[in-house]
Each structure stands twice: as structure tokens, then as C-alpha cells.
Design a protein around this ligand. Structure first.
Ligand SMILES: Cc1cc2nc3c(=O)[nH]c(=O)nc-3n(C[C@H](O)[C@H](O)[C@H](O)COP(=O)(O)O)c2cc1C
Length: 265
């Protein structure tokens, strides 16, 4: 049997205000029928998150929380949602009263109140600085790791060695193409020696990657030499015949490549 629900008529505005004050997240209500959609209510947590008192900010538009590094794109998403009377969730860099930045996950909803025949907007603000800062640090680390995994070792003005280690998947190839293009463009390098001695698996991806890189460097007026593949070719997917056909030079190791270059000069 379905349970009968009794709605208490004693629940009033004051009760709801108290409940909302206990909510861990900031809550603001704005009135879009007034000029510039001002704040008409904030809870205690909003004061705590932002450092502003309700008195100071009532009657203002919430944009006072934004600053120099707030993403204009994300703000535009909020603006559009307000125009279209839609809900939206965005992550905004906002600034506290003391100027300190914090990451605000803003969930904003339009709420229609039938008894007043009126629309309000409710914003719920969560301080997600810990999570965001961890994400940013993880991204920085990933970028640094990618730079370390694709080092460029210039040995003269015109020759650069690229010693690769580990596995090279499609994503890493993209990074390699991009970094080499920028490097050739900036340094006017003529020869790239790609040393694959430390690459664990000479698979089909590596084979295709080398052919594509050769093509790319040719277009830029530079040359690719591959080293560190010969002893393993019996088991690997790298087909040296293909390299010969495309006239990609390959050697057992970097030293042999350098000697061959010197001899041909
Ligand atoms: C209910 C509500 C809550 C909002 N809360 C925030 C907020 O916490 N931080 C913020 O940067 N913007 C917030 N905004 C967005 C700004 O008030 C404003 O709508 C936004 O900056 C886009 O308008 P503008 O381009 O005129 O500045 C909120 C908007 C509404 C309607």
C-alpha cells in the first residue's frame, strides 16, 4: 500500500531559510524582472565561500565575483542560459572579497513561482578549488612528462638527435610530429636522427609513424635518419625494405649514422 504523505503547513519561509543556511554550498537567488538581474537572497555558505556579507552584495549582479582570469567563454554560457531561461553548470574562476581566486562550480536554474507568476534564477556555488588545482597540476605533469619522453638533443647547428624510449602510441606520434614541426621551423634544422634503441615494441604504428615523419620532414626541407632498429627487425613490424624504397637512411646506432654523415661530407 502506498504511504500517505502529510505535508506540514507549519513549514514557512523562516524554516526554509534556516534549512538553506545549513546547506554546505552557496545559494543565491536573483530576480531577472529587476534591472541587471540582481541578487535578492544569499545563504550563509555563500558568505563563507566568497567572503562577502549578504548586506554588501544584495542588489548586485553576481558578476562582481569575476576577474582577470575568469573564462569569458564560460561566462558567455551562463549569459546564454539566462537569455534562454535554461539551466547550466559551469566551472568558473572567481575571486573572493580578499582578492584570492577560487574555482566555483556554478549550477544555475530558472525557477518559476506560479503563485507570483514570476521567474527567478537560483545559483548553487560549490568551491571545487582542490579538485581543479589537482587537475591543473596533473595536466602540467603530463605536459612535462611528454617533453621529457620526447627530448631533442642538438649535436650541431644542423643536426639533432631524438632518442625515444618506451612505447610510442598514436597519441605520442602526434606529439612528435607537432614538436618536430615547431622545432624545424624555429631552428632551421637539417637532419633529424631518430634513435629507436629504447623503444620497446617496433610495431605497425612505429613503422607508419616513421614513414609519415619522413614525408613531413621532406616537405619542410629536412631529412630523417633512423637508428637503433636493425638488430630487432626480424621480429618487428618495421620493414626495412619500405625504408629503402623511400630512401630513408637507417643505421644500427647513432655513432654509425654520424660516421656515415661525416664520410659523405
Ligand atoms: C542565479 C545566478 C547566479 C550566478 N552566480 C554566479 C557566480 O557565482 N559567479 C559568477 O562569476 N557568475 C555568476 N552568475 C553570472 C553573472 O551574474 C552574469 O549573469 C554573467 O556574468 C553573464 O552576464 P554578463 O555578461 O552581463 O556579465 C550568476 C548568475 C545567476 C543568474
Amino acid at each position: 500500500m502506498e504511504k500517505e504523505i502529510h505535508y506540514s503547513t507549519k513549514i514557512n519561509d523562516a524554516f526554509f531559510r534556516q534549512v538553506i543556511d545549513y546547506v554546505g554550498a552557496g545559494v543565491v537567488i536573483t530576480d531577472p524582472s529587476l534591472p541587471d538581474n540582481p541578487i535578492i537572497y544569499t545563504n550563509k555558505a555563500f558568505e563563507k565561500v566568497t567572503g562577502y556579507t549578504t548586506k554588501e552584495i544584495i542588489g548586485q549582479n553576481c558578476r562582481f565575483l569575476q576577474g582577470e582570469k575568469t573564462s569569458r567563454q564560460e561566462v558567455a554560457r551562463v549569459r546564454k542560459a539566462i537569455e534562454e531561461e535554461q539551466s547550466v553548470i559551469v566551472e568558473l574562476l572567481n575571486y573572493r572579497r580578499d582578492g584570492k581566486p577560487f574555482w566555483n562550480e556554478l549550477s544555475m536554474y530558472p525557477i518559476y513561482v506560479p503563485s507570483e507568476d514570476k521567474l527567478y534564477f537560483v545559483g548553487v556555488q560549490q568551491d571545487i578549488s582542490n579538485r581543479k588545482n589537482q587537475e591543473i597540476r596533473a595536466d602540467d605533469y603530463k605536459q612535462e612528462a611528454s617533453l621529457l619522453s620526447t627530448p631533442f638533443v642538438p649535436i650541431s647547428e644542423k643536426v639533432c638527435i631524438l632518442p625515444l624510449v618506451g612505447n610510442i602510441n598514436a597519441e605520442r606520434w602526434e606529439e612528435i610530429y607537432q614538436r618536430i614541426s615547431v622545432h624545424v621551423h624555429d631552428h632551421d634544422e637539417e637532419t633529424f636522427i631518430m634513435d629507436l634503441q629504447g623503444v620497446q615494441e617496433l610495431n605497425e604504428d612505429v613503422h607508419k609513424g616513421i614513414l609519415r615523419l619522413h614525408q613531413l620532414l621532406q616537405l619542410m626541407g629536412a631529412r630523417l635518419i633512423v637508428t637503433g632498429i636493425e638488430p630487432r627487425t626480424a621480429k618487428a613490424s618495421v620493414k626495412l625494405a619500405d625504408f629503402r624504397k623511400k630512401q630513408i637512411s637507417f643505421y644500427a646506432n647513432v655513432q654509425q649514422a654520424l660516421e656515415a654523415m661525416r664520410a659523405s661530407q
